[in-house]
Design a protein around this ligand. Structure first.
Ligand code: CTP
Ligand code: ZN
Length: 160
């Protein structure tokens, strides 16, 4: 069976094999693939079948990263956080080798319960259970409780 009919003219540049069932996170900003894995909670110790391409040539950007996760589809929360570090990413759902769904990530206005505030004095990091809440800025996120702004290290705030 020939499953290659879905690829454009970039076949000769395919670096990582196609997957059978799962999710391809494509057009990730070059250098962000490991942060994508962190957001998905993937470190390889649970036997996850994952392929990663880093800084591979791309038409849309000079370089892109790509992450292929076998046997898993992503939750909306995960996609929301991905959008913060990979604003131009495409999420491709693959079933039986075919891309059955493709959508661009969208930056939400707010992310709740997925990032933890780096401010030790913030009410969300205390003993009382307060769900974290960040508003999404053009170039980072801001804690809705203590106003702390994080720009470059968003991936390090991910609750695991
Ligand atoms: N892919 C894969 N395994 C499959 C099918 C697709 O790993 N069984 C990957 C392709 O290599 C590509 C991405 O999923 O990186 C999207 O596939 P497709 O839509 O066929 O490619 P394009 O048309 O090039 O995607 P786009 O227009 O989003 O760049
Ligand atoms: Zn805070």
């Amino acid at each position: 069976d020939d499953h290659d009919h879905h690829d454009g003219n970039d076949d000769h540049e395919l670096r990582v094999s196609k997957i059978r069932d799962g999710t391809v996170i494509d057009h990730v900003r070059g250098g962000q693939a490991l942060n994508v894995l962190a957001i998905l909670g993937i470190d390889g110790t649970n036997g996850e079948e994952v392929s990663v391409g880093m800084n591979v040539p791309s038409n849309r950007f000079a370089r892109k990263d790509i992450v292929k996760v076998e046997g898993r589809e992503l939750s909306q929360d995960e996609v929301d956080v991905l959008s913060l570090i990979a604003p131009d990413a495409t999420i491709n759902i693959v079933r039986d080798y075919d891309v059955v769904e493709k959508h661009r990530v969208e930056r939400p206005d707010v992310v709740e319960g997925v990032l933890s505030c780096p401010n030790a004095g913030c009410i969300t990091t205390g003993d009382e259970p307060v769900t974290s809440r960040f508003s999404v800025l053009e170039d980072g996120v801001r804690c809705s409780y203590c106003e702390t702004i994080v720009r470059d290290e968003i991936a390090s705030l991910i609750d695991t």
